[in-house]
Design a binder for this molecule. Structure first.
Ligand SMILES: *Cc1c(COP(=O)(O)O)cnc(C)c1O
Length: 370
């Protein structure tokens, strides 16, 4: 039996010496908050993502929060998003006092543009699509609806670093985008970190103020802000890891292609449609399975660290109770929640390991006693 762990961090940072050397320098300089290292990181991040401005903040979650605050979205406003995302997507909407409006997803697990128009009311301020698994949502269609109704489009690109539709990067379709540098993301740092990208100078300037207590300088506080700066240490790590990021993505895409090929012959497994002109970066590799729970148990018993992202959609969580959703409101999302599972995916998987994982999935369905 092989052991195929989901985690990859100990392998990624087996040899941290080069980074540690730079950290030692930073510590000796006592350069811990903002400063040239954060500026440098932001410049490089913006260049990589083909964004006009990038602002480093303390997490992906706070990146979203800063965007909402900069755009003035809050009490009395409605924000349309999906229910198959990470908790933070919805939490930020609620935490600025706005109302979360969930719409259903398509077969690629992304916001279904057809559902969006039906959910728009007089109070709708923004549409918040999530590029789930690192697969860009249908941004041309979503932008068209947003233009028609004069709504902001904010992209939750936490999983979509280095993703694109055609030549255009995910994160450059809306007015602003949120990225996460959390350790388990494809492009990561040594703790929490996040980035806002935007094409608008006024948003960039406002967020630089908001992340640092609303200060324009040491003595002038223009608005009540936050302590949401990207740590200088994380900016340094981010800058040093950035040159490796594309290769990580390329490796993940190769792993996903191999899985796709090997699993396409298993009739009980549904692979989502793969658009040809899209660079999907596979933060997670999610398929749907018949007898999902049986399959997961079998995979775990055979050393494959399979997971579910996530078994309970956001609209059915206890936290969403006051929104009044019930089972059946988002049929596609709910059906997927019963069948989705995630296989280990990262840049260190070998062909032999990929074949073992796919072979284990296939063997579960070959044995009728299961
Ligand atoms: C990771 C993630 C976030 C939150 O990012 P943090 O850096 O952990 O705050 C938000 N949305 C999605 C879709 C994510 O995957």
């Amino acid at each position: 039996m092989m052991k195929i762990p989901y985690a990859f961090l100990t392998k990624q940072f087996e040899h941290p010496e080069a980074i540690i050397k730079q950290v030692t320098k930073l510590v000796k300089e006592g350069d811990f908050t903002l400063g040239p290292r954060v500026d440098e990181f932001e410049k490089r991040f913006a260049a990589f993502q083909k964004a006009k401005y990038a602002i480093g903040v303390s997490s992906g979650t706070d990146a979203l929060l800063m965007i909402f605050r900069a755009l003035g979205i809050g009490l009395g406003d409605e924000v349309i998003t999906v229910a198959n995302s990470f908790y933070a997507t919805a939490a930020v909407i609620a935490n600025v006092g706005a109302k979360i409006v969930f719409v259903d997803v398509d077969e690629e697990y992304n916001m279904d543009p057809k559902r969006v128009e039906l959910a728009i009311t007089k109070k709708t301020k923004a549409i918040l699509p999530v590029h789930w698994t690192g697969n860009p949502a249908d941004m041309p269609a979503i932008n068209k609806i947003a233009r028609k109704h004069k709504l902001y489009v904010i992209e939750d690109a936490a999983q979509a670093f280095d993703a694109s539709i055609g030549k255009q990067r995910a994160g450059t379709f809306g007015i602003a985008a949120e990225f996460s540098l959390h350790p388990i993301k494809n492009y990561n740092v040594w703790g929490d970190g996040g980035v806002v990208t935007t094409s608008q100078k006024w948003i960039a300037e406002k967020i630089k103020m908001l992340r640092n207590h609303g200060l324009v300088n040491r003595d002038i506080c223009e608005v009540w802000g936050y302590c949401s700066r990207l740590h200088t240490l994380q900016a340094l790590v981010g800058t040093l890891l950035l040159p490796l990021a594309k290769k990580v993505t390329d490796e993940r895409i190769k792993v996903a292609d191999r899985y796709d090929k090997l699993l396409s012959s298993v009739p009980q497994i549904t692979i989502p449609p793969r658009r040809k002109n899209v660079r999907q970066v596979y933060h997670t590799y999610i398929l749907q399975a018949e007898n999902r729970d049986g399959l997961i148990k079998y995979l775990l018993d055979n050393g494959v660290d399979a997971k579910v992202h996530y078994p309970i959609p956001l609209h059915l969580q206890k936290a969403a109770k006051n929104l009044g959703y019930k089972k059946g409101d988002l049929p596609v999302t709910e059906k997927q929640a019963k069948h989705i599972f995630s296989l280990p995916i990262h840049q260190f998987l070998t062909n032999k390991e990929i074949e073992y994982v796919a072979g284990t999935v296939a063997s579960f369905y070959r044995n009728p006693r299961r």
